[in-house]
Design a protein around this ligand. Structure first.
Ligand SMILES: Cc1cc2nc3c(=O)[nH]c(=O)nc-3n(C[C@H](O)[C@H](O)[C@H](O)COP(=O)(O)OP(=O)(O)OC[C@H]3O[C@@H](n4cnc5c(N)ncnc54)[C@H](O)[C@@H]3O)c2cc1C
Length: 463
């Protein structure tokens, strides 16, 4: 395989969604790695999916590579709750979105059972829990659904989703449906996410249909299996605080423990909110084009609250419950993977999460139970199982500081600008730099790594 063929395999010819399976096979005996002609060293910051995947691609070419990870775990925003026994309770990424993308193919390829989640939502409308068919004659509900289905065709001005909903005259009491179905899965509330940005991403989306759960393995276990050769290359508990790239021949990184690390090329995969917070100092300062791009992409607070009950009192077939209360969406996390299906996971994003930030876990849980009680006649509190209930607040995680990136008004082109390498030395991966309409997803992280490594190889591999 020559250089050109390698680059074609990485990014330039093979469609993005099809790249990952072929790359994973690139270390098979019949297809030996290229003999490395690069004698420098690559450091990757972050051992989430983007960092692990980038490291694998680089190691496969016999190039010296190391990952510096701030925490004592790999996976980043793929994180399981180890205390929960019934099924894999994911605190970060849980759904595999779409059946035509590198994450889906990989998980499926490992032989893990996948559960396709039926679309069977419940909505709290007029103080009652109603199914889609029970709302079929509600004209306002049908208008809200048709608004959602037509976002992909949005040709109006660049507005927040909320302003677009108002101008579409969706009545106040049904706006939560649009917010819950469109903004919540993207880690935002509708007062800040851009309808134009969502529309652009939906137009680019080529990742397939459906939502899937891994039935019996945690996603971190999946990562551990796929990237087992990469795990020894991770230096844990090493939060990078300073990056000095003044010297033309090397980059010097300093960590919070006072250690220093040298490399010739650097790939940064840390979450956007960590970069925006200024937790990593750059010398010289980054180009204005890079930092200006950060500010045109959103990443907000968010939490997942797992509520366990002694019985399923809502509806065993329900996939999600959408409400106008403290959580826009509760999803049935045990659907298809727990016999009892007695767990609801509240996803609370953006300004709704900010509003709960000062409260204790118990206070948050009580507010959610009170919301559910109003519709289910007090059954939520009555059947509540405190022992198996958990609050996980992503904004309190120092190396995430939020949930996932999402498009802001006037944000067109920001991810592309953020992804531009700096001085042929610093390369950007991470879900916020995914360019195929799938930022904020696991496959977005994989594709960002493939792009960043292709840019790197274009510079350093000269065969
Ligand atoms: C609540 C929630 C729900 C989600 N749901 C889904 C879902 O259902 N489906 C889906 O596809 N996606 C989902 N996502 C998004 C998905 O988890 C992310 O898009 C993806 O995991 C991001 O991977 P990444 O490698 O880009 O970043 P991360 O996983 O965040 O990895 C970055 C790594 O960098 C490390 N780091 C940070 N700062 C430093 C530093 N200074 N020095 C060294 N290391 C550092 C972090 O510790 C972390 O390990 C969800 C995310 C959240 C939070």
């Amino acid at each position: 395989m020559n250089r050109r063929e390698l680059l074609q395999r990485l990014a330039y010819v093979v469609p993005a969604g099809m790249m990952f399976p072929s790359l994973l096979q690139s270390c098979a005996p019949k297809d030996p790695p290229l003999k490395s002609v690069y004698d420098g060293k690559v450091i990757i910051i972050g051992a989430g999916i983007s960092g692990l995947h980038a490291a694998k691609l680089i190691k496969d070419q016999n190039i010296d590579v190391e990952i510096l990870e701030a925490t004592s775990l790999f996976g980043g925003r793929i994180k399981v709750n180890p205390d929960f026994g019934d099924f894999p309770l994911e605190q970060g990424a849980d759904f595999i979105y779409g059946n035509n993308n590198p994450w889906y193919s990989t998980v499926e390829g490992t032989g893990i059972s996948l559960v396709e989640i039926p679309k069977n939502p419940i909505y709290f409308v007029d103080g009652q829990a109603k199914t889609e068919s029970e709302l079929s004659s509600n004209v306002d509900f049908q208008n809200a659904q048709s608004f959602i289905n037509n976002i992909v065709n949005w040709s109006g001005p660049d507005l927040t989703l909320e302003n677009a909903v108002v101008s579409a005259q969706i009545p106040q009491n049904l706006r939560f449906i649009v917010e819950g179905e469109v903004a919540t899965p993207r880690g935002a509330t509708y007062n800040s996410i851009s309808i134009k940005g969502i529309s652009e991403n939906l137009s680019l989306w080529n990742d397939g249909d459906g939502r899937f759960f891994s039935q019996n393995q945690t996603l971190v276990q999946v990562l551990g299996n796929i990237y087992n050769t990469i795990l020894p290359l991770i230096k844990f508990d090493t939060p990078v605080t300073n990056i000095d790239y003044n010297d033309p021949t090397k980059i010097v990184l300093t960590d919070a423990n006072g250690g220093t690390h040298e490399c010739t090329k650097l790939i940064i995969t840390v979450p956007l909110a960590v970069l925006k917070a200024g937790d990593i100092n750059f010398s010289p300062s980054l180009p204005v084009g890079t930092t200006a791009a950060w500010n045109r992409i959103g990443m907000a607070a968010g939490m997942k609250v797992t509520l366990s009950f002694f019985v399923n009192f809502w509806n065993k077939q329900a996939s999600s419950i959408y409400t106008d209360g403290y959580a826009r969406e509760y999803y049935a996390a045990g659907l298809g993977r727990s016999n009892s299906n007695k767990v609801l996971t509240a996803t609370i994003m953006g300004s709704q999460a900010d509003a709960l930030a000062g409260k204790t876990d118990e206070e948050i849980i009580n507010l959610l139970l009170a919301d559910l009680d109003t519709v289910y006649d007090g059954q939520a509190s009555h059947q509540f199982n405190m022992e198996e209930s958990y609050v996980f607040d992503w904004s309190k995680q120092p190396y995430a500081k939020g949930v996932m990136s999402y498009p802001l008004v006037s944000g067109t082109g920001a991810a592309q600008a953020m992804a531009i390498p700096v001085d042929d030395k610093i390369f950007w991966a991470g879900e916020a730099t995914a360019l195929n309409g799938n930022e904020g997803t696991v496959q977005g992280g994989i594709e960002s790594a493939e792009r960043a490594v292709a840019e790197l190889f274009d510079l350093i591999l000269d065969l």
